[in-house]
Write a protein that binds this ligand. Structure first.
Ligand code: PLP
Length: 393
C-alpha cells in the first residue's frame, strides 16, 4: 500500500532517539533494576488542588465539547501569565489552548511555513523538532552552536544560515538538551536579523517556569507582529500527562490556528481546562517548587559525577537535563549510552538525537528521586572506570 511523503518526514532520526529509553521501560516492566534518566517527566506529583479541581469538574459533568480556541477564563489566565513573563499585554483572543507545547509547535509551524520554505532552528535541538518543523513540507536548517563555546548562541552562525527562503526561526529557551537561556544580548541580535529578513520567531518557553524568577528574556513585547510564544503546564506544574499547552501571538495567526484546531483537535477536555485555570492561579508556588526540586537535583548529580573518568558535566542554567561530554572515555555519545544501558542498566539519551553538535555527548535527566540519582551516578562511575581500565590495557 502507498503512504504519503509525510511518513518519511516524520519517521526520521528523531524517532530513533528513544530506542534506549523504550528498552529501559521494557526492562523495568520485566521487573529489572533499570534506572531511567532518559526522559523529562519530573518525579513530582501534580499539585493536589489541580487534581481536585479536575475531579470536581468531572463529577459536575464537564465532559462535553468545548470552545475550540479554549475557554475564555483559561485564555485570560494565560494572557495574564504571558504579561507577567514577557511584559507584553495581550488580549485573550491572542491565545489558543493546545494539547501541550508539542502540539503548539506543530500548529504554529503548519500556519507559518510550507514547501519551499526554510525553518531555522538552533542545533542542538529537542529530538521532535526536525519532524515537527518539516511536517508542513518546509526544510529545517540547523544553526550549529559550537560545543567548544559551551553551545552558546552564535549570531554569525545564524547569519550564515539565512537564505531568501528563510521564513521562521525557532528555539527553546531554556534549551533542551543544553538548559541554556538566551540572553537579552542574544535576543537583540535575533531581533535585528528577524527584522532584516522578515522572519517569524517561534519561542518555545516550555521550561520558562524553571528559569530563575520563573521567566526568561523575551522578544514578544518588542516584536509583537512576529513573535509566537509557546508554553505549557508540563514542566512547571509536573503536568506532562495532562497535555495542556498554548500559543500566544498576533491575532490573525491565532484565528488561523483556531481553524487548524477545529480540524485537528476540536478543543481540549473541559475538566482539564478548569484544572489548568487552578494551576495558573498557583503558578508562582508551583514553579518555585519545580525550580527548587530541579536545582537541588542538578547540584546533587554534579557532585556525584565529580571525578568520573572521561566525563565532563555541562551545568544547565535551568530545566531538568544536563549534557555530559563523554569524549574523554574514548567513546561517542551513542556507543557510551548503549554500553551504559547494557552494562549498568542506566538509560540516557545519546547526543546524536539532538544533532551533529552533540555527537560526543549524552543527555541525562535528573528530575527523579535523589537516591536513584546517587545510584545512577555510582553505576556511571563503575562503567567509566571499566572503560578507562580497558583503555589502559
Ligand atoms: C524543548 C521542548 N519543547 C516542547 C516539549 C513538549 O512539551 P509538552 O509536554 O508541553 O508538549 C518538550 C518536552 O520535553 C521540550 O523539551
Amino acid at each position: 500500500m502507498k503512504f504519503s511523503s509525510l511518513v518519511q518526514r516524520i519517521g526520521g532520526d528523531g524517532s530513533d532517539a528513544w530506542l534506549i529509553h523504550y528498552a529501559a521501560l521494557a526492562a523495568r516492566e520485566r521487573g529489572e533494576d533499570a534506572i531511567i534518566l532518559s526522559v523529562g517527566d519530573p518525579d513530582l506529583a501534580t499539585p493536589a488542588a489541580v487534581v481536585a479541581r479536575a475531579v470536581e469538574a468531572l463529577h459536575a459533568g464537564d465532559t462535553h465539547y468545548t470552545a475550540v480556541r479554549g475557554r475564555l477564563a483559561l485564555r485570560t489566565a494565560i494572557a495574564q501569565q504571558h504579561y507577567q513573563r514577557c511584559g507584553q499585554l495581550v488580549d485573550p483572543e491572542q491565545v489558543v489552548v493546545l494539547s501541550g507545547a508539542q502540539n503548539a509547535l506543530m500548529v504554529a509551524l503548519l500556519c507559518l511555513s510550507e514547501t519551499g520554505d526554510e525553518v531555522l532552528s538552533l542545533d542542538p535541538m529537542y529530538p521532535t523538532y526536525p519532524a515537527t518543523l518539516e511536517t508542513s513540507g518546509a526544510r529545517v536548517i540547523r544553526v550549529p552552536l559550537d560545543p567548544q563555546h559551551g553551545f552558546r548562541f552564535d549570531l554569525e552562525a545564524l547569519r550564515r544560515a539565512i537564505t531568501p527562503r528563510s521564513r521562521v526561526l525557532t528555539f527553546a529557551t531554556p534549551g533542551n538538551p543544553t538548559g541554556l537561556i538566551l540572553s537579552e544580548r542574544d535576543l537583540a541580535g535575533i531581533a535585528t536579523i528577524a527584522r532584516e529578513h522578515d522572519l517569524w520567531i517561534v519561542a518555545d518557553e516550555v521550561y520558562a517556569g524553571l528559569a530563575p524568577g520563573g521567566r526568561v528574556p523575551s522578544l514578544a513585547r518588542e516584536l509583537p507582529d512576529r513573535v509566537v510564544t509557546i508554553g505549557s503546564l508540563s514542566k512547571s506544574h509536573a503536568m506532562c500527562g495532562w497535555r495542556l499547552g498554548w500559543m500566544v501571538g498576533p491575532r490573525e495567526l491565532i484565528d488561523h490556528s483556531e481553524n487548524l484546531v477545529l480540524c485537528m483537535l476540536y478543543g481540549l477536555p473541559g475538566f482539564i481546562q478548569e484544572a489548568a485555570v487552578t494551576a495558573l492561579a498557583m503558578a508562582a508556588e508551583a514553579e518555585q517548587r519545580a525550580r527548587h526540586y530541579c536545582d537541588r537535583r542538578a547540584a546533587l548529580m554534579f557532585e556525584h559525577l565529580r571525578g568520573v573518568p572521561g566525563v565532563t558535566v555541562l551545568m544547565p542554567e535551568a530545566g531538568m537535563f544536563m549534557l555530559l561530554d563523554v569524549r574523554g572515555t574514548g567513546l561517542q555519545g551513542r556507543a557510551f549510552a548503549e554500553g551504559l544501558f547494557r552494562e549498568q542498566q542506566v538509560s540516557v539519551i545519546p547526543g546524536d538525537a539532538f544533532g551533529a553538535q552533540t555527537l560526543g555527548f549524552v543527555r541525562v535527566g535528573f528530575a527523579t528521586d535523589e537516591a536513584l540519582i546517587i545510584e545512577a551516578c555510582r553505576r556511571m562511575r563503575l562503567y567509566c572506570e571499566a572503560l578507562a581500565a580497558t583503555r589502559l590495557r
